[in-house]
Design a protein around this ligand. Structure first.
Ligand SMILES: CC(C)(COP(=O)(O)OP(=O)(O)OC[C@H]1O[C@@H](n2cnc3c(N)ncnc32)[C@H](O)[C@@H]1OP(=O)(O)O)[C@@H](O)C(=O)NCCC(=O)NCCS
Length: 188
């Protein structure tokens, strides 16, 4: 199902958030998030504005091509860009590929309100109910306890023997070792 082309792209809302296609106006707040060492503590750096713009534009292109992806997250009350959340077919060959992962990244001021969990629940629902996926995975560097906590809150289970070295992270790098979580399509 991951290859199904959906036009127009899926966009959706949760009680507090809108998950939508990326816009030009997201680029500046996304660059600010990418320049925050606390946000990027467990991620490979995006050192320049050009790098963060390029990532946003590739996420936008994948949503345009597939109809789903890592959506920009807008806080409905304020209209502000908060980060991204969504589904992604990793380009790197991982030990459990092919797969669809769920992922998230929020600016620091939006942490601690349950927004990542809320956005992720919406993305899981899209993955299972609209895309017909059988399983969604998530993975994170060992020390990223906040991200692992989101995985647990949305009902994912850790695949302990599935821990792996991420091939996109250089050998010997502190972030190379990853934990793997999985969730299957809910039974009815
Ligand atoms: C990972 C990340 C998205 C988690 O954000 P978060 O705010 O901790 O997660 P949630 O949105 O689920 O919020 C949970 C917190 O909000 C609190 N909360 C407040 N109101 C809440 C509500 N209405 N519903 C649920 N939780 C609520 C919870 O108690 C919890 O608090 P705690 O952190 O003190 O335990 C965020 O830390 C981040 O963007 N990190 C940087 C990027 C990154 O590492 N991405 C993942 C790469 S694998």
């Amino acid at each position: 199902m991951a290859e199904t082309i959906i036009q127009p792209p899926i966009e959706f809302e949760t009680p507090r958030l809108r998950l939508r296609q990326w816009r030009e106006s997201d680029l500046a707040p996304f660059a600010a998030l990418a320049a925050d060492p606390e946000v990027m503590a467990f991620l490979l750096p995006l050192p320049t504005r050009a790098d963060s713009d390029a990532l946003a534009s590739s996420l936008k292109a994948r949503i345009a091509a597939n109809g789903w992806g890592l959506w920009a997250v807008e806080h409905k009350d304020s209209g502000e860009f908060a980060g991204f959340t969504g589904l992604n077919a990793p380009l790197a060959a991982l030990p459990f590929s092919p797969c669809v992962e769920i992922g998230w990244r929020f600016a620091r001021q939006w942490w601690g309100q349950g927004l990542a969990t809320e956005a992720a629940r919406g993305a899981l629902q899209v993955g299972f109910e609209r895309l017909g996926l059988d399983e969604i995975v998530a993975f994170t560097a060992l020390g990223n306890l906040r991200s692992a906590a989101v995985m647990e809150r949305i009902g994912m289970h850790e695949d302990l023997p599935g821990a792996f070295d991420h091939p996109s992270v250089p050998e010997g790098h502190a972030l190379r070792r990853h934990r793997l979580f999985r969730i299957g399509r809910p039974r009815r």
